[in-house]
Design a protein around this ligand. Structure first.
Ligand code: SF4
Length: 464
């Protein structure tokens, strides 16, 4: 058994992920998405840029020969070099390759100094996973140098190093390490279906298994802790949970009465494959219906595409406002406002979830625009997601647009398409100027508008 930092990453995403990496059938695993590969490449590039600014020694060893790597690293530590990049820390059970080892004063087996790990991450904020992986290196260092460093270092996107005290984070690390060791020894972990599954290579396996087992983690809103408590009482299937009283469920979930009631209804909907209507509802009828969807890019923090599907007199037309360069964000905002100014009253803007109105308000703050017009648009917007959540319980495992529209039979033109992939296509367009990338991003946006329309029309049919 050799535990690596990668195992901590998998565990922190989902203990089941680690379990499947160790004991699952690797043929069932899917390849990482283009977006994840790109993130990895970008963070590697960032790390290399930071390392260029630090005068560090790198141990030279045959690739994969970690015993040799450890010997070379140990030699550098014994010499007392100030910085070691990609040193190999290898003991009987642990293998770690921290981005940097920094020499600091304080006695150890090496003499009057010791080393602490410093990790380089392109993220903006300190995350639990960064801390766990870095303490893992601290743990191996303690074995090698005979003392625990007081601090560990973390360099984030601003390229500044922050020092994090080791001792206050150590108990949590030890608890996680124990759980990881138990999983290594074969302790089974059942799936917990959540938004984390979207970026997991085992999603296909877990979701299929969860449906087959009628697993309660398919119920949106049920917490991981509640699932464990229910499991300890032998409640593992959706149909069992559907028969629990709201009162009992409230104890398991330890949440509000409203949430417990919702979870029970959700279990009933899933168990019967039927939609449950909680309240009567109606949707406003307007002459012009506009389905709005907006795409943003996370690295530059810009809006690059505002898409609208306009439906009027039985005709539909898709329009998009595209920033072919990030500096065009202001222009597309102004064009969108000018486009929207043509409708006075008899229109409604449908969107899915809270993102679109939030972006419109942000763009107004950033670039200005006629306040009355913005208020007029906001006052005529309707959130389909909120509408569904307020009135219906649907037999799906989430309430995302993708999940519900697919459940209704809608399919996206490009099977790879999702918000992350669209961001990647936009970045590739900026880097290569190949029109195909921009076309794919536009096609994805148009499909999101169409999917919103499909869901809205299904709602109308439910009313009539
Ligand atoms: S698909 Fe979900 S439940 Fe399965 S291992 Fe991945 S994150 Fe965990």
């Amino acid at each position: 058994m050799v535990i690596t930092a990668e195992n901590f990453f998998q565990y922190s995403k989902c203990p089941r992920w680690l379990y499947l990496e160790l004991h699952g059938d690797s043929r069932q695993k899917t390849s990482p998405s283009d977006f994840l590969l790109r993130l990895k490449k970008d963070s590697l590039y960032f790390e290399q840029q930071v390392l260029k600014t630090i005068p560090c020694c790198v141990p030279q060893y045959e690739p994969g020969n970690y015993y040799q790597g450890m010997e070379k690293t140990l030699a550098l530590m014994q010499q007392g070099v100030d910085w070691i990049a990609h040193g190999v820390l290898f003991t009987n059970n642990f293998l770690g390759i921290p981005d940097l080892l920094e020499k600091v004063p304080g006695n150890s087996l090496f003499g009057t100094y010791h080393y602490r790990p410093v990790e380089i991450k392109s993220g903006r904020t300190r995350r639990k996973i960064y801390l766990l992986q870095t303490i893992f290196y601290v743990h191996i260092l303690e074995i090698i140098q005979g003392r625990l460093p007081d601090h560990m270092g973390l360099i984030l996107s601003d390229r500044r190093q922050r020092l994090i005290p080791v001792r206050e984070n150590y108990p949590y690390f030890q608890q996680v390490l124990q759980e990881i060791e138990a999983i290594f020894q074969g302790q089974e972990v059942s799936p917990f279906i959540s938004s984390a599954c979207q970026n997991c290579p085992w999603e296909r396996t877990c979701v299929a298994e969860a449906w087959e087992r009628e697993d309660i983690s398919l119920i949106p809103g049920l917490s991981r802790q509640a699932k464990e408590r229910l499991k300890n009482q032998g409640i593992i299937r959706i149909s069992q949970l559907a028969h629990l009283s709201t009162r009992a469920l409230r104890w398991f979930q330890q949440g509000s009465r409203g949430l417990s009631k919702r979870i029970k209804l959700q279990a009933q909907a899933l168990a019967s494959s039927q939609t449950i209507q909680m309240k009567r509802f109606f949707l406003p009828e307007k002459k012009v219906e506009i389905f709005l969807d907006i795409e943003s890019e996370y690295q530059r923090g810009i809006i690059y595409l505002i898409g609208v599907l306009v439906c009027q007199d039985g005709q539909e037309e898709y329009r998009c406002f595209v920033a072919k360069d990030p500096i065009e964000e202001c222009r597309i905002w102004q064009e969108f406002l000018a486009f929207m100014a043509q409708w006075e009253d008899d229109f409604i803007v449908y969107h899915y979830h809270t993102y679109e109105p939030m972006v419109l308000k942000k763009l107004q703050v950033k670039y200005g625009g006629e306040e009355d017009l913005l208020q007029h648009i906001l006052g005529n917007m309707a959130d389909i997601h909120k509408f569904i959540k307020d009135h219906l319980v649907i037999p799906t495992r989430s309430y995302s647009l993708k999940e519900i529209a697919k459940w209704l039979g809608f399919s996206w033109s490009n099977h790879k398409a999702n918000a992350h992939q669209s961001m990647l296509w936009y970045s590739l367009w900026l880097e290569t100027a190949q029109q195909q990338y921009l076309d794919w991003a536009i096609e994805y946006n148009r499909d999101d508008c169409l999917a919103t329309k499909v869901v809205k029309e299904w709602l109308i049919n439910k009313v009539s």
